[in-house]
Design a protein around this ligand. Sequence first.
Ligand code: CA
Length: 230
Amino acid sequence: MSDKILIVEDELQLARFVELELSHEGYEVAKAADGRTGLEMAESGEYDLMLLDIMLPELNGLEVLRRLRRSSDMPVIMLTARDAVMDKVSGLDMGANDYMTKPFAIEELLARIRAVLRQTEPKEAPAEHVTEADILEIDGVVVDTARHTVTCSGEPVELTNREFMLLAALMKNRSIVMSREVLLEKVWGYDYMGETNVVDVYIRYLRSKIDDVFGIHLITTVRGVGYVIK
Ligand code: CA
């Protein structure tokens, strides 16, 4: 079961970037762009961790944290501006689990998220537990997004990380034709600057590893539009 992360950040580009990186890591992500909405969403109890900016419209991050802590011990990582020492201290005093100074390296953020989740995760759920949502199955092809494995008719299929993400994106959006641009954004990230035909190249890799080997027709080309798995 993937962890749900709430990003409360009014810098939309940063929020979007972090969202994409977290989704690539397998987290479920939701966003709020102001403190009031963020607090409401956090109080719903639906999320496993919140990334909380401090300078926010409506309610600032410290106030969001102060109010949230009346009723919830949900893990919170504060996002602070560079050198805002007072903010860090206040945030930790008010019960933030950790903080990151902006700008940050995404790898460091991911490491801190893992660490905070490890410290706070309830232990009763068995680690091997896999929900149905983690398993995508079409035409004998089974993609397990929790374990990052693919099988076809029970046989393992070895994919690179990028091939895996492309296949999972198509399978999650079954019957929806996905353009090269959308696939690029989902699999390569919004700031990808290369050629859009990289998608075609990776579709060829997938076909050579799945369609050709197992004699099935998994991925359909929709001429002039993109690709679909039906
Ligand atoms: Ca801000």
